[in-house]
Design a binder for this molecule. Structure first.
Ligand code: TXA
Ligand code: MG
Length: 336
């Protein structure tokens, strides 16, 4: 298929909206990462998203809306918690998992009785959804398993020839995907950490927010293990994998630097091409912005081994980046 790759002018956004209305696939920028959009209420269109990405079909999509009140079209009842969160954080990098209405197709939610909803903070995305006149289901616009796309070029690399259109935009401001918060049960639970932290959510709700215990597992996961049951189906898959082997080094800053240097020299002597990811200490927001792009950059350079310094953070933005880093490295971590 020929993919139209176009600047996000009003005219091109209109064309993109028409493609969505006709069951087509359009990649578009958001503030977190680029998304691959389809009509969320059209099962055949959503099916095509799974196919284009090579994504397992039990992994549900996030449904994107352009007006906060539109969440009422997708969920039967608006609780006080929903209203508070929406007022505080939308548009923005927060996805809410809520009970779904019957009108939301099963393919969109991977057969779950809940739906994930988000209002992105990006003018191109909002215009596209508005003009399509319907909610847009959009996972990240990468091939399944590859690092999420934070630049238009990343989308072109992964999806050119597989979808109808790519709307070009700026590099994504945030750089990691939205925080996924499940509010369909008793206690609000973070299923995927993001730039919006538990602390910020807690302050807004004025009550407890917990982490899905699966997020605290710091070792390679075996999906068949009974204790490993992440509630967001997507969190169990191999993710963000660079082509190179990757090792994370964790510990006190100076020791980490020394160990990375030692491993680098050793491996270079063996003829391996080594890449290093070492962010400034505590510069977590910057790390979030750059992490996926850096992984792709190293792939371009045909690196054999990536050595990454762990970010030391137990629950904030650094924790969210570490969640991605651990998956990229297949939980390959050494402590010094
Ligand atoms: O920032 C983002 O959220 C980006 C942009 C494009 O908006 N989208 C994104 O979508 O990251 P995706 O499909 O790559 O990740 C969605 C995550 C997956 O881990 C999925 O399993 C989880 O959200 N999810 C979706 N619906 C769910 C539901 N009903 N219950 C639990 N988890 C759900
Ligand atoms: Mg994704």
């Amino acid at each position: 298929m020929e993919t139209k790759i176009l600047e996000s002018t009003n005219e091109n956004i209109k064309m993109a909206a028409e493609l969505i209305q006709n069951g087509g696939l359009v990649a578009f920028p958001t503030e977190t990462v680029y998304g691959l959009g389809a009509d969320a209420l059209n099962p055949e269109a959503v099916q095509k998203v799974y196919a284009a990405k090579g994504r397992p079909s039990d992994n549900p999509m996030i449904v994107h809306i352009c007006r906060a009140s539109d969440i009422g079209q997708l969920t039967p009842k608006l609780s006080a918690t929903i209203v508070t969160l929406v007022e505080n954080f939308w548009p923005g990098p927060l996805t809410l998992v809520v009970k779904k209405k019957a009108s939301v197709p099963d393919v969109t939610t991977g057969g779950l009785d809940t739906v994930a909803v988000r209002m992105p903070d990006d003018q191109i995305a909002l215009k596209l959804i508005e003009q399509a006149g319907r909610p847009i289901a959009a996972p990240s616009a990468n091939l399944s398993g590859r690092p999420s796309p934070t630049k238009a070029q990343h989308v072109i690399e992964d999806l050119n020839g597989k979808i109808d259109m790519i709307l070009l935009g700026e590099d994504c401001r945030v750089g990691i995907e939205s925080t996924v918060l499940d509010i369909s049960g008793e206690i609000p639970t973070i299923l995927r950490p993001g730039i919006l932290t538990a602390e910020a959510l807690q302050a807004a709700i004025g009550g407890e927010v917990v982490m899905d215990p699966a997020l605290l597992v710091n070792r390679p996961r075996d999906v068949s293990e009974p204790d490993f049951q992440p509630k967001a189906p997507g969190m169990k898959y191999k993710h963000y994998a660079p082509k190179a082997q990757m090792i994370i080094v964790e510990g006190q800053r100076e020791k980490v630097k020394a160990e990375i240097q030692r491993l680098q020299l050793l491996n270079e002597r063996l003829g391996n091409k080594v890449g290093v990811i070492l962010f400034e200490e505590k510069a977590f927001v910057e790390a979030a912005h750059n992490f996926f792009a850096r992984l792709r950059e190293l792939d371009e350079e045909s690196i054999d081994l990536i050595l990454a310094g762990a970010l030391s953070d137990t629950d904030g933005v650094g924790f969210a980046v570490m969640n991605r880093m651990l998956k990229s490295a297949g939980y390959n971590i050494v402590k010094v």
